[in-house]
Design a protein around this ligand. Structure first.
Ligand code: GDP
Ligand code: IMO
Ligand code: MG
Length: 422
């Protein structure tokens, strides 16, 4: 039996979607365990190129049961759009299921995400404005609407009445007009009708799969450096992308998870504000952005780019307990004569080798070592032994700094552009 959590080991956009799409060829079940449509998981395979926001990246295998888990915040309108896109490309969504306990992102959550960001002035987080923070805040405040509520109009009305009283007070503070209960109710009942039979108690299916020794993938969103507890707070998302969030969000015991794969780019990128010590403002940063096409899959924003951060990866391994690494986008480094790897953070006279709290993190400067580039294309390489020696040495250094074994090396966005370590 394998239950494998696939999680982001950096600031998000590491290539989780492409690794899950590959592994899902053999998976019985894929469960998205947190986040919402702030995710942009790119999958390139024989069906086309997809930027998935809510639909699990296992959807391309018709035999894989795909579950939007309890830990997710679900925007039903966006999901319906995405289902139409996927179906339009000839991919069935018959095997897509939604936990009735998943939270619903309501229109007021998106509205408030924008208003709250605006009110932060120059302390903006740079959220995706998808309503993620406000939806998780309501979940914690016990004011949330859950997917199952969409199927029970009487219960839904009572829940919405409660939520709306509070939301309308907040909206009035922002000088906004009050939202109408009947309008929202009609919209929400419509979503319930459209998604109806897919909204189920997912627990029996998950239990059966775990007990039956099935291959299960737990799909994480974002990465450890934006984890609500361990990321660069407050420049974080409002859920736990680390593996510790997977059991709660998917609905299985922690000990059922047999593998944790950390997906990690061969360099670093981040979207949104907050400390990012390895960021490059020079031509190397611009080159990483252009060659790696580093523009947000959800918002289209240019991603901040930098050298590989060996301190952050060690931190990520500790917090997630990686049993293996999937290093992606090695090919993006093909043309660089020289590469740098951050091995410590200078803070005053000290060298830190662990990620500190945000106020300190903002003040550190990276300490680098230099590695020779390989200056030859790797995109057609499919075996470790065919990689240039300099690329092998660079990857071994990543493995060493992470303290977790290399399992996959990705050399292009397509499903087959992957090297499997024996
Ligand atoms: P995710 O959010 O972790 O799933 O990652 P994103 O999809 O947001 O960002 C990864 C981007 O890199 C996507 O555009 C992928 O198609 C692309 N990608 C993934 N792996 C590779 C790779 O090995 N090489 C190249 N050149 N692109 C890749
Ligand atoms: P995937 O799953 C990269 C970032 C935002 C912002 C912070 C909080 O594709 O890796 P939020 O909208 O969640 O309240 O924003 O998190 N962010 C992402 N960055 N990839 C993502 O998802 C992201 N989801 C959120 O830019 O800094
Ligand atoms: Mg992404």
């Amino acid at each position: 039996m394998t239950v494998t959590a696939i999680v982001g080991a950096q600031w998000g956009d590491e290539g989780k979607g492409r690794i899950i799409d590959y592994l899902a060829q053999q998976a019985d079940m894929v469960i998205r365990f947190q986040g919402g449509d702030n995710a942009g998981h790119t999958v390139v395979n024989e069906h086309g190129t997809f930027r998935l926001h809510l639909v699990p990246s296992g959807i391309f295998n018709p035999h894989t049961r795909c579950i939007i888990g309890t830990g997710v915040v679900l925007n039903p309108a966006r999901l319906l759009e995405e289902m139409a896109e996927v179906t339009g490309a000839g991919v069935s969504v018959d095997n897509l299921w939604i936990s009735e306990r998943a939270q619903v992102v309501m229109p007021y959550h998106m509205l408030l995400d924008g208003l709250e960001e605006g009110a932060r002035g120059n302390a903006q987080i740079g959220t995706t404005k998808r309503g993620i923070g406000p939806a998780y805040a309501d979940k914690a405040a016990r004011l949330g609407i859950r997917a199952g509520d969409l199927l029970r109009p009487g219960w839904l009305r009572a829940r919405l009445e409660l939520a709306l009283a509070q939301k309308n007070r907040t909206l009035a503070d922002f000088g906004q007009a009050a939202l109408r209960l009947d309008v929202l109710l009609e919209q929400a009942v419509g979503w319930g009708k459209a998604l109806g039979p897919r909204i189920i108690d997912t627990l029996p299916a998950v239990q059966e799969a775990v007990r039956g020794g099935r291959h299960i993938l737990l799909e994480g969103q974002l990465g450890v450096m934006r984890d609500l507890d361990w990321g660069t707070y407050p420049y974080v998302t409002s859920s736990n992308p680390i593996a510790g969030g997977a059991s709660a969000g998917a609905g299985l015991p922690p000990a059922a998870i047999t593998e944790v794969i950390g997906v990690v780019k061969a360099y670093c990128t981040a979207v949104g504000a907050g400390p990012f010590p390895v960021e490059l403002h020079d031509e190397n940063g611009a080159r990483l952005r252009e060659v790696g096409q580093e523009y947000g899959a959800t918002t289209g924003r240019p991603r901040r780019c930098g050298w590989f951060d060996g301190v952050a990866i060690g931190y990520a391994t500790w917090l997630n307990g990686f049993t293996g690494l999937a290093v992606t986008k090695l090919d993006v480094l093909d043309g660089f004569p020289e590469l740098r790897v951050c091995t410590g953070y200078q803070h005053g006279s000290e060298i830190l080798t662990c990620v500190p709290d945000t106020a300190v993190y903002e003040q550190v400067t990276p300490v680098y070592e230099t590695w020779p580039g390989w200056q030859t294309s790797t995109e057609n390489v499919r075996r470790w032994e065919d990689l240039p020696a300099a690329a092998q040495a660079y990857l071994r250094r990543i493995e060493e700094l992470a303290g977790a074994p290399l399992r996959y090396v990705s050399v292009g966005p397509s499903r087959e552009q992957l090297i499997l370590m024996s």
